[in-house]
Design a protein around this ligand. Structure first.
Ligand code: F6R
Length: 630
């Protein structure tokens, strides 16, 4: 939530040095806009003063404002794109917020929990506030410390020291970036429970909520730890804790190309990312087994003996990632015979869960920054559990704080609604399940090899669905007026149904609900009336025949009450035709792998329907990509 960028460049003519801060920061904000798009703002330091512009609405509004009221050229700047928490998305509440008589500008991601008492204290000193935000309080506190406690004296530690002292007083979650007119070549930042990375350039340095904030300029990044302050100039990066003790960050190389974070000729990031899915699955499988089908998850640095003694798995995740976990539960329990629970992260620690050293916590998070999941993982660690993170974002907080990580290699996911990360998460969770089965001897090596071979065929099968997307797109467009769509599934098809409904809710803003098909008759069937569209995810008629027959019965039940049924079925399943107005076929695959295929038409349907309604599918209303508040 909220995208943050900071930049300091050099003016001595070195290679790469001396970009205009405004250009760098705007480019970073463009790439980070998926994190929040209620308002945007920027501040630069030039000619001994701070100049700032901010505007409610999307980044394009700020750009229009900058065309009308340009900012001066500068080598130091900060920028922010907001997802509102305290105070609505107005110009006034947009960041940056100024203090110290307009000489200090500050931007913030997170929530400052003790803002009310700090505000009262500052008001008592005569400070007045223009916005409803907690951020303005942080700016005022920082300004007050700089001016009144440190005497506005840069030789007294300046902005860095002021930031350390301010952070000692702040509670909650925050990334803060500040510039001061007295120190025109410095940006100071702080982080607690909120993301921040440093980008290392040649004669210039960067800050970003994630690496996409500076990926156009450098691939060298530094992870910051919890409760750290970083001061960047063009030539230096200095890290301390909140009390001024020197600290170190961990440098790493960003392994994706800026081009992979572009639309690549598609009208939206979401459409591009749906089409990235064959590759997302392929990359996630790559290099994780040898030619004998033996899984070699070297990165999973948990003592195999510990994994052998795991007697319970708890998957922690939110939203789409939690649906990936629900799919994985079926496979992990089947393959490993380990009881597996899937819990929404935000519910987990409030119910006194039973967790001990034989519990394996598997968190699933695309961003690796979801606060609910991070807090749940921390809680589980405190109880002695081993924690494994399945994550798509290198160097993010959840994998860093977990005992081990299995990265999904889906590449950057920019569209707010998750698509390719979902398929990659299921794939990674399956690898983990198979690895546990291998370690514990629940499956013969040959069986594991066969499942891996089936997984290896998934990318081509997803591609087949994408190559034949015209029919489902057409249906989506034709249903732009639908008021409500229901989704039914059984077994692994149940989480797929919920994911299909979530995609439609968040993109098209219409009522959509996913149900376990067998549950319908226990109540929700009352929703069915003449013409009600109902998607049904039908399992393969091969193998678990009874499941197929049961779902076909469920289709008949809703049709008998007037539903318009749209069926996702396996190629060759002719039987369903008699019960469906529309059938979309997916290639044959083992039941447990079917979610990797059945989800794809549902994503395309939601995309087409929302696009037909004229909605922005990349940035749906009220949402943000990375949910860094609880
Ligand atoms: C839905 C969606 C969200 C995320 C959820 C968890 O399309 O994207 O439901 O899945 O906010 O996010 P991560 O996976 O980053 O923890």
């Amino acid at each position: 939530m909220c995208g943050i960028v900071g930049y300091v460049g050099h003016s001595d003519g070195r290679v790469n040095a001396g970009h205009n801060a405004l250009d760098v920061v705007l480019e970073g904000l463009r790439r980070l806009e998926y994190r929040g798009y209620d308002s945007a703002g920027i501040a630069v330091v030039a000619d001994g003063t701070i100049s700032s512009r901010k505007k409610s609405g999307k980044l394009s509004n700020l750009i229009t404002e900058l065309d009308t009221r340009p900012l001066p050229e500068s080598l130091t700047g900060i920028g922010h794109t907001r997802w509102a928490t305290h105070g609505g998305p107005t110009d006034q509440n947009a960041h940056p917020h100024l203090s110290d008589g307009g000489k200090l500008a500050l931007i913030h991601n997170g929530i400052i929990e003790n803002f009310a008492e700090l505000k009262l204290e500052l008001q008592g000193k005569g400070v007045t506030f223009e916005s409803e935000t907690d951020t303005e309080v942080a700016a005022a506190l920082l300004g007050d410390i700089y001016r009144n406690q440190l005497g506005g004296d840069v030789t007294n530690g300046g902005l860095t020291r002021a930031m350390q002292l301010a952070c000692q007083r702040l509670e909650g979650a925050f990334t803060l970036l500040a510039v001061h007119a007295d120190q025109p070549d410095v940006v100071v930042a702080a982080r607690r429970n909120s993301p921040l990375v440093v980008g290392l350039g040649d004669g210039e340095n960067f800050l970003g909520s994630d690496v996409s904030g500076f990926i156009d300029y450098t691939r060298r990044a530094v992870e910051l730890g919890q409760d750290q302050i970083v001061t960047i100039t063009a030539d230096s990066v200095e890290i301390t804790d909140f009390y001024g003790a020197p600290a170190e960050g961990k440098e790493y190389k960003v392994d994706w190309d800026p081009a992979s974070a572009e639309k690549g000729g598609f009208p939206s990031f979401m459409e591009k990312e749906i089409h990235d899915q064959p590759d997302a699955v392929r990359q996630t499988l790559l290099g994780r087994s040898d030619i004998h089908g033996k899984l070699t998850l070297d990165e999973l640095r948990v003592d195999p003996e510990l994994l052998k003694h795991v007697n319970k798995i708890i998957v922690l995740a939110c939203g789409t990632s939690a649906y990936a976990g629900q799919v994985a539960k079926y496979a992990i329990e089947h393959w490993c015979r380990i009881p597996t629970e899937v819990e929404l992260s935000h519910e987990f620690r409030y119910r006194d869960p039973i967790v001990d050293e034989n519990t394996l916590i598997v968190s699933i998070s695309q961003s690796g920054e979801t606060m609910d999941t991070l807090m749940a993982v921390r809680y589980a660690k405190e109880q002695g559990a081993k924690t494994v993170s399945i994550c798509n974002t290198n160097g993010s907080t959840i994998p860093r704080e977990s005992d081990a990580v299995l990265y999904t290699h889906a590449g950057p996911e920019i569209a707010v609604a998750s698509t390719k990360a979902f398929l990659a998460q299921i794939t990674a969770a399956y690898l983990l399940g198979l690895y546990l089965a291998q370690l514990r001897g629940n499956k013969f090596q040959g069986e594991i090899k066969d499942i891996l071979a089936d997984l290896g065929k998934i990318p081509a099968k997803v591609q087949h669905i994408l190559d034949n997307e015209a029919q489902i797109k057409e249906l989506g467009r034709s249903m732009a007026d639908a008021k409500s769509v229901l989704f039914l599934g059984r077994h692994v098809g149940f989480p797929v149904a919920m994911e299909g409904a979530l995609k439609l809710k968040e993109l098209a803003y219409i009522h959509a609900e996913g149900f376990a098909a067998g549950e319908l008759k226990h109540g929700p069937i009352a929703l069915i009336e003449e013409g009600q569209p109902v998607f049904v995810v039908v399992p393969s008629p091969r193998g678990r025949d009874s499941l197929h027959a049961k779902v076909v019965s469920n289709i008949q039940e809703v049709r008998a009450r007037g539903a318009r049924t749209i069926v996702i079925a396996e190629e060759g399943d002719e039987a369903v035709k008699a019960y469906a107005e529309h059938v979309f076929y997916i290639p044959e695959t083992p039941t447990l792998l079917a979610p990797l295929l059945a989800t794809v038409p549902l994503q395309i349907f939601a995309l087409a329907l929302a696009s037909a309604k004229g909605y922005d599918v990349d940035q749906p209303r009220n949402l943000a990509k990375s949910v860094t508040v609880e």
